[in-house]
Design a protein around this ligand. Structure first.
Ligand SMILES: CC(C)(COP(=O)(O)OP(=O)(O)OC[C@H]1O[C@@H](n2cnc3c(N)ncnc32)[C@H](O)[C@@H]1OP(=O)(O)O)[C@@H](O)C(=O)NCCC(=O)NCCS
Length: 142
């Protein structure tokens, strides 16, 4: 549920409405099922406040060629009402050896967040794809 809300918020204005409409909790549940059954080198953590999940992060082997030995941050989300109170940084700190991540070029808030956490743009760029829509991305590493 939280994942679909976060995506809907994050990609409103970036993804076409028909794609946004498909980001249902059921689709997210399928994605999560795939993540959690991938093996022990993959790690997901959630942040809870009063028993509710308000944030989550996913790590695993680097997916870029030659990066399988280092840890990539796959995603990190904090629910809108709980952002900017340190939860994202705490989630990110769950894997101290996390080395790099890809992030949408337009997501300035997240760039700032990762900079705060010692990641910096490393000059690699790519055109990512989310549900068939092209999204320019930058890589940040530390
Ligand atoms: C990016 C995100 C994970 C950060 O988590 P968080 O709990 O809000 O971050 P923290 O409280 O640990 O760190 C806050 C710092 O991050 C940066 N930051 C976070 N949100 C920001 C925003 N909306 N605008 C500007 N800077 C922001 C700032 O440097 C901020 O420090 P400040 O409040 O002193 O200026 C969270 O805001 C989020 O889920 N955003 C939407 C989804 C997203 O973009 N995820 C990343 C893609 S995988």
């Amino acid at each position: 549920m939280l994942h679909s809300q976060c995506w809907a918020e994050l990609y409103a204005g970036v993804l076409p409405p028909d794609v946004l409409a498909e980001l249902s909790p059921a689709v997210m549940a399928q994605l999560w099922q795939r993540f959690v059954t991938r093996g022990e080198e993959y790690a997901q953590y959630v942040a809870e406040v009063d028993g509710d999940v308000v944030g989550f992060v996913g790590f695993g082997p680097g997916r870029d060629e030659g990066y399988a030995e280092v840890v990539e941050v796959y995603f990190c989300y904090v629910a809108p009402g709980f952002q900017r109170s340190g939860i994202g940084s705490e989630l990110l700190a769950a894997e101290t050896d996390a080395t790099y991540l890809w992030i949408s070029e337009s997501n300035r808030a997240a760039h700032r967040f990762y900079r705060r956490n010692k990641f910096g743009p490393d000059s690699r760029r790519r055109i990512g794809s989310l549900f068939g829509t092209d999204l320019p991305e930058i890589r940040m590493s530390r």
